[in-house]
Write a protein that binds this ligand. Structure first.
Ligand SMILES: [Cu+2]
Length: 429
């Protein structure tokens, strides 16, 4: 068979072209690529705030909020035995100054997090590189990766030259700028070792390589492969590297007698004390209407508390569906909350009302938004774990909030259903 090299070259170039194009449009933080069961049933972010959306280089922005570890934690995701409070930003455009989990400094990872419980995180970032950056909180789960919260664009203005990171060490030495501290030593060591490495590589590479050496070996002439000079150079190099390391180690140990190694111990904090909402939810059916880009849920809510409660919000995968006709739910939305995380249509509730203490109330919830599609949440249709989860926010008449995490298997609906189709009738809407 004759190979068409021109055609092959063309395909190759086109692949590279598309690869490059793809890199240009890659701009978000990869959360869309994550499976919906990961994004709707693990770390559920809520009450996220950014202290400002405009800082100068060297100024601080505080990001804080809460998350619940969903009770219906997916089997395919490692349990949150070890987590780390992190930020998701495009490279080191901010410097992290402080971070906390439930008020405990979060420089290290936390162990034994409890599923079904709530935690509060806070981090302070300092503007470093000018630009308009998308800033998310993130929670890294050991074994499963980082799940990121909602993002807000924060503009950093000024010049990167003005960024200084002064630190005073424990023994009182002021380091004027951590950015450039001991950088000369780093370059010196890297170049010294690189030169030695390249020398050693070239020493062997400059002469005939694989085939001639293989033939010499086959003819029983190993003695030709390594000469006396090779041996001498090898020994000298080994001795030189060893002496250089021991000598410099001693010089540094005398120069900095007190050093603290990186800390690897794990932190622990109790979860936030959250009162039992005294609400029971039974999801009898959930479906996703593909042409209508709508999630529908049939739920029965039993209010076991002493106060009337009404459903105000459904939030999942950082998308918020608000019951817009309910004042307490609207009050919970801060004015500058990023609109990309707000579903335009809000949450539609059939038979929306305050549920009395002791009452069982059947409701039909509709969450419609094109973001189901654009956020690629509809991948649950092809997942091996076709369950979807969410947080539901209920409020009593005083506006006190009660948060519930719900999950249900979800069925796809492929026909264009306008609300009168068979699935509705079957459920007895
Ligand atoms: Cu982002």
């Amino acid at each position: 068979m004759k190979i068409n090299y021109t055609k092959l070259l063309k395909i190759f170039l086109i692949s590279i072209f598309y690869f490059v194009i793809d890199m240009v449009v890659a701009y978000a933080h990869g959360e869309k690529a994550m499976e919906p069961y990961f994004r709707t049933r693990t770390v559920m972010f809520y009450d996220v705030t950014w202290s400002t959306d405009n800082v100068k280089v060297g100024e601080n922005v505080t990001i804080e909020g809460k998350f619940r570890l969903h009770s219906d934690w997916p089997q395919a995701v490692d349990d949150p035995d070890v987590i780390y409070v992190n930020q998701s930003i495009p490279g080191p455009v901010f410097a992290k100054i402080e971070s906390y989990l439930n008020g405990v400094p979060a420089r290290q990872s936390f162990r034994d997090m409890e599923v079904g419980k709530d935690y509060h995180y806070k981090m302070v970032l300092q503007g470093r590189v000018p630009g308009n950056h998308h800033v998310h909180p993130g929670i890294a789960i050991k074994g499963s990766g980082t799940i990121i919260g909602p993002g807000q664009f924060i503009k950093v203005s000024g010049s990167q030259k003005d960024f200084k990171f002064p630190v005073t060490t424990m023994d009182g030495v002021l380091i004027e700028d951590l950015e450039t501290y001991a950088l000369a030593d780093v370059f010196k060591w890297h170049s010294t070792l690189a030169i030695l490495g390249i020398f050693w590589l070239l020493w062997w590479v400059w002469r005939p390589l694989l085939i001639p050496r293989y033939q010499a070996l086959k003819q029983g002439r190993e003695d030709l492969l390594i000469t006396r000079l090779d041996l001498t150079v090898g020994i000298l190099l080994g001795v030189f590297v060893f002496v250089a390391i021991v000598y410099n180690y001693n010089v540094q140990a005398n120069k900095y007698p007190i050093t603290v190694p990186l800390q690897t111990s794990r932190m622990y904090t109790d979860p936030l004390p959250v009162a039992d909402p005294q609400i029971k939810i039974n999801v009898s059916r959930a479906e996703y209407d593909i042409p209508g880009r709508t999630m529908r849920m049939w739920v029965e809510v039993k209010n076991n508390g002493d106060n009337k409660v009404r459903l105000g919000e459904l939030t999942t995968a950082n998308l918020r569906f608000i019951n817009k006709s309910f004042g307490h739910a609207m009050n919970n939305v801060t004015a500058n909350y990023p609109s990309e995380h707000m579903a335009d249509g809000g949450l539609e509730i059939d038979k929306d009302k305050y549920i009395n203490p002791g009452e069982s109330h059947k409701m039909f919830i509709t969450a419609q938004d094109a973001r189901w599609e654009t956020e690629r949440l509809t991948a649950f249709l092809t997942d091996v774990d076709a369950r979807v989860g969410a947080l539901l926010f209920f409020y009593d008449e005083e506006g006190n909030r009660k948060i519930l995490d719900v999950a249900s298997s979800i069925l796809p609906v492929f026909t264009d259903d306008d609300g009168t189709g068979p699935s509705y009738q079957r459920i007895g809407r």
